[in-house]
Design a protein around this ligand. Structure first.
Ligand code: NAG
Ligand code: NAG
Ligand code: NAG
Ligand code: NAG
Ligand code: NAG
Length: 511
């Protein structure tokens, strides 16, 4: 067959328009990294690499993630809201026998279909009770990392007490592929994971496009960092904030090192690098979302408005920032679009391809964003006294909510253009002061079961406008009600005693 004919046949066999060259895609996810913890947001913590890399790219300043770990990662990997996978409640605890439903098609599976080499380093946290749930069975060619939500940064041991089982377990949680990795004790994970990511880059065969997902442990608790990273921060008096600042500096260096490895390997010119946090900062572990309200686990902006940016020589407007509404579920269709692939699952996506918004500054195809609906919500650690919370639930229970189209005692939030509506108990609602200054918390007014904020003008969520804009309230409650009709029942199984890792020597599949 002549070459011309061969090309013609190929053209008709694969009529999808692909980029001249499929770009490499590198996605770095930080853990519990707060809005006020990056240099370019005015933090007292130095992040020279994040500042510099993002300055040559597009900083996403109207970018949203989910308020906790599993949900953000779940939406990242599926492109679908939590209510559509039955995972709208909380996170996967180590002894719970479930994972992202196996009939969901994950991001690396799409990219593999488009010819990518797919690699993951770091935290999975999308379920591991059976082998079919592991990253290596869900689209990643290689994996190095840990499967649960957190652990010791040096020993890589995860201790978990399970109240339902009335038991505590401690075991190693680190794997190379599907094998337990026992030889990394003492290596600080931020350095270990960046080295592993760099070796993926160095060993990559450039005949194929690369997809590399680096889910760093940093800067989640426990508060641990080698002394040298804390040196610049002796001026920070709060002990947790000082250690946290060191953890951020290590992470910043890790991102710098990974980026540099892409340059060295000659891959950078055709790479799209995305940096994102997975949720807002945890104020109890040194994080700060100042001046935003709330923190991790809450639906306030401090829980869901994320630090994120894109850096790439392929961007049409480098050195800019984006005020377009973008959500973590948008990466899946965006990356599949860049890869020249197509979304051919039978399950409808909730994410949008936002490449043109990011690259050219065009309007975002996303006009609406469901933050979540979780009828079982409970705060992990309340930020306020018991009295106040009882008052809230009392108000909620007295509310004649049947006048509304949605049960407003449910923890839920939705955004449409500039408007954000919250119902039920949104979670810790304080404005934590700007560190390192230690002033007291700002008191908030008594919460109401339905609150409306113009988050474009009022990103701190200080002025509830629900009384003035009842039409907007009705509309948004109707939208919540529509979404709730499309929700799967919550899947949140009881702990399984067979999770006990003692005899296996590591956390991992037991079923
Ligand atoms: C939990 O276990 C401890 C000892 O392991 C036992 O003393 C206690 O009664 C148990 N509690 C429940 C509620 O089973
Ligand atoms: C970054 O690379 C430098 C030089 O190789 C190394 O000394 C440092 O430990 C690395 N940092 C991290 C966080 O991996
Ligand atoms: C911060 O201020 C509060 C209230 O004044 C005080 O109880 C607390 O010890 C202070 N914390 C630090 C780290 O100085
Ligand atoms: C989706 O597309 C890929 C590659 O184009 C193909 O291999 C796969 O069979 C398709 N799946 C469906 C459900 O159409
Ligand atoms: C409304 O939601 C709350 C919280 O989930 C629940 O306890 C209550 O039963 C619901 N009310 C009705 C009438 O469904």
């Amino acid at each position: 067959m002549s070459e011309g004919l061969f090309l013609l046949v190929c053209f008709f066999a694969f009529p999808v328009v692909v980029f001249a060259q499929q770009p490499n895609i590198v996605l770095i996810l930080a853990d519990d990294y707060g809005w006020n913890d990056v240099g370019y947001h005015g933090s007292e913590i130095n992040t020279p690499n994040l500042d510099k890399i993002s300055a040559s790219g597009v900083r996403l300043e109207n970018y949203y993630v989910q308020p906790i770990c599993t949900p953000s990662r779940n939406q990242l990997m599926t492109g679908r809201y939590q209510i559509h996978t039955g995972m709208q409640h909380a996170i996967i605890w180590p002894c719970q026998p479930y994972c992202v439903p196996l009939d969901e098609k994950l991001l690396p599976q799409y990219l593999k279909e488009s010819g990518y080499a797919t690699h993951m380093v770091g935290k999975w946290h999308l379920g591991m009770y059976k082998k079919d749930c592991l990253p290596t069975r869900r689209g990643f060619d290689t994996y190095f990392g840990y499967l649960t939500g957190g652990e010791d940064y040096y020993s890589h041991i995860r201790c978990a007490s399970d109240s339902a089982l009335n038991k505590s377990f401690c075991a190693l949680d680190l794997r190379d592929g599907e094998e337990v990795a026992t030889t990394y004790k003492g290596q600080y994970s931020t350095e270990l994971f960046s080295q592993k990511a760099i070796s993926v880059i160095e060993n990559h065969n450039a005949n194929k496009p690369l997809f590399l997902y680096v889910a760093l442990q940093a800067v989640h608790s426990p508060m641990q960092v080698p002394e040298r990273y804390m040196k610049p921060y002796q001026f920070i008096k709060d002990n947790y904030r000082r250690i946290y600042a060191g953890m951020v500096s290590a992470m910043d260096q890790a991102v710098g090192n990974i980026t540099e490895a892409l340059h060295r390997a000659g891959l950078w010119d055709n790479t799209v690098l995305v940096f994102s946090t997975d949720n807002g900062g945890q104020t109890m572990s040194g994080g700060s979302n100042w001046p935003l309200r709330g923190r991790k686990w809450s639906l306030w902006e401090g829980g869901v408005r994320g630090v994120g940016f894109v850096a790439s020589p392929l961007l049409k407007q480098p050195g800019s920032f984006s005020d377009k509404l973008i959500h973590i579920s948008d990466w899946l269709p965006t990356f599949v679009g860049l890869a020249g692939g197509s979304i051919n699952t039978t399950k409808p996506l909730d994410g949008f391809d936002v490449w043109k918004s990011i690259s050219y500054g065009l309007p975002s195809p996303r006009q609406e964003l469901l933050h979540n609906i979780d009828p079982m919500f409970q705060e992990e650690t309340p930020c306020e006294d018991e009295e106040y919370r009882l008052a809230l639930s009392e108000v909620a229970s007295r509310e004649p909510w049947t006048q509304y189209s949605f049960n407003v005692s449910i923890h839920a939030a939705i955004r449409v253009s500039n408007w954000k509506l919250l119902t039920g108990n949104p979670g810790c609602d304080k404005w934590f002061p700007r560190p390192p200054h230690n002033t007291s918390l700002s008191q908030s007014d008594r919460l109401k079961p339905v609150m409306l904020f113009d988050v474009e003008r009022d990103p701190q969520e200080r002025y509830d406008l629900s009384d003035q804009f009842s039409g907007v309230v009705d509309y948004l409650l109707n939208r919540l009600s529509d979404y709730q009709k499309s929700a799967l029942p919550i899947n949140y199984p009881k702990s399984d005693p067979r999770c006990d890792p003692t005899s296996r020597g590591a956390w991992g599949p037991w079923a």
